[in-house]
Design a protein around this ligand. Structure first.
Ligand SMILES: NC(=O)c1ccc[n+]([C@@H]2O[C@H](COP(=O)([O-])OP(=O)(O)OC[C@H]3O[C@@H](n4cnc5c(N)ncnc54)[C@H](O)[C@@H]3O)[C@@H](O)[C@H]2O)c1
Ligand SMILES: [Zn+2]
Length: 359
């Protein structure tokens, strides 16, 4: 098992990465000095595979868990579902010392984290991320929240978990498309922060695609380390943390304007990362060879890197980009790469240039 520490003063916590961790959930929670009652929030897919094991492990350590299952999919990340969760927590009389376990992908993590942040003005929570994306990204760093009609993640809170358990065995049941989508976030860490990781990913892509456990343990722990280091320096995104949004300005707009669900998150940001790499070449002189390396890695992993848009769709995409909360004063700001392994943030980019790289 690998342990990555997230250094946030009194709210510091550990991310544990390894096989068989779900069966240790109860024992791990027992070390955190939490109340006896807890709620495991999961979704209809993940619950089928892992709810029983989670409940069993918690009960074996003396906890009294209840299960709250929401329908699988992005649609569960909304206020109405938050309210249903509150009602169930109230019905089961969870108290402020009780805790919440988020068992699932990014949707469950964001939703359950927001519920934990707000129910009784905050109760402890533990993340058990079951998608690759959730293990390397959404479960780390404390962003929680739900979508509004006006856009993704518009309502939420910064709220840190007490522990994150990344069980590598959980990835075995993940559908291939979801797994590859998660690789989109993995590659991002190499591009923005770690040229050595990027080179390893290029070298070990076949093993990664086979979900080789040893390779995954290395890669997931390194991604968590990078995210933890970035978040540790800038928890609430007043600066450096913005680099984690590489590929996300266009990526979010792609998700948003094409209707939630058409592109998976990692697919949308794959398109966004290639566009951001091309903008980086034009604005910061990112070498053409590195733009090619980035595009090649994403393509070889099976990720989409282009989107075909007619005029109306393009207008929709730009409108979505302008609505993004990272926009300020009407200018669209981007995270760009100076070279593979180093990114800068807050760079205003003219709309004409964005149009060029999307064509
Ligand atoms: N909080 C953050 O910092 C942050 C960062 C990145 C993304 N996100 C959010 O994360 C969400 C996307 O997360 P996701 O890609 O994990 O999607 P997801 O949670 O919807 O999971 C994808 C699908 O896989 C299923 N699934 C999950 N684990 C499984 C497993 N082990 N075996 C079989 N099926 C499984 C789910 O039921 C779902 O159908 C988006 O809402 C995005 O906004 C948040
Ligand atoms: Zn992302």
């Amino acid at each position: 098992m690998r342990i990555v520490k997230v250094p946030l003063g009194s709210r510091s916590y550990a991310i544990k990465v390894g096989g068989g961790l779900l069966s240790r959930l109860g024992a791990e929670c027992a070390q955190l000095k939490l109340g006896r009652r807890c709620a495991v929030i999961t979704d209809s897919n993940v619950g089928k595979h892992f709810a029983k094991a989670a409940l069993k492990s918690l009960a074996a350590s003396g906890f009294e868990p209840v299960l709250i299952s929401v329908p699988a999919g992005e649609k569960s990340k909304r206020i109405a579902v938050v309210e249903e969760c509150y009602d169930q927590l109230a019905a089961h009389r969870l108290e402020r010392k009780s805790f919440i376990v988020a068992l699932g992908g990014g949707v469950v993590g964001d939703l359950a984290g927001f519920v934990a942040a707000t129910y009784l003005r905050g109760m402890p929570f533990v993340q058990v991320p079951t998608t690759l994306l959730a293990q390397v990204d959404s479960s780390v760093g404390g962003k929680t929240g739900v979508n509004l009609k006006a856009g993704k993640n518009l309502a939420g809170a910064f709220y840190q978990p007490q522990l994150v358990l990344c069980d590598l065995d959980a990835l075995k049941t993940l559908p291939k498309r979801e797994y590859i989508s998660g690789l989109g976030e993995v590659f991002k860490y190499g591009i923005i922060y770690d040229a050595i990781l990027f080179a390893q990913l290029e070298r070990n892509l076949p093993k990664l695609l086979q979900r080789d456990a040893a390779t995954l343990a290395d890669v997931i722990a390194r991604c968590c380390e990078i995210k933890a280091a970035v978040v540790g320096q800038d928890e609430t995104e007043s600066g450096l943390r913005a680099i984690l949004n590489f590929g996300h300005t266009i990526g979010h707009a792609v998700e948003n304007s094409s209707g939630y669900g058409k592109f998976l998150h990692g697919e949308a940001i794959s398109i966004g990362q290639v566009a951001a790499a091309k903008l980086s070449q034009k604005i910061l002189g990112l070498p053409a060879g590195e733009v090619e390396q980035i595009e090649k890695l994403l393509v070889h992993a099976g990720l989409p890197v282009k989107i075909k848009l007619n005029l109306a769709q393009r207008q929709k995409l730009f409108a979505a980009m302008k609505l993004d909360k990272k926009t300020s004063g009407g200018e669209i700001k981007f995270v760009l790469a100076e070279k593979i392994g180093r990114a800068v943030w807050g760079r205003p980019v003219p709309a004409a240039l964005i149009r060029q790289v999307l064509d």
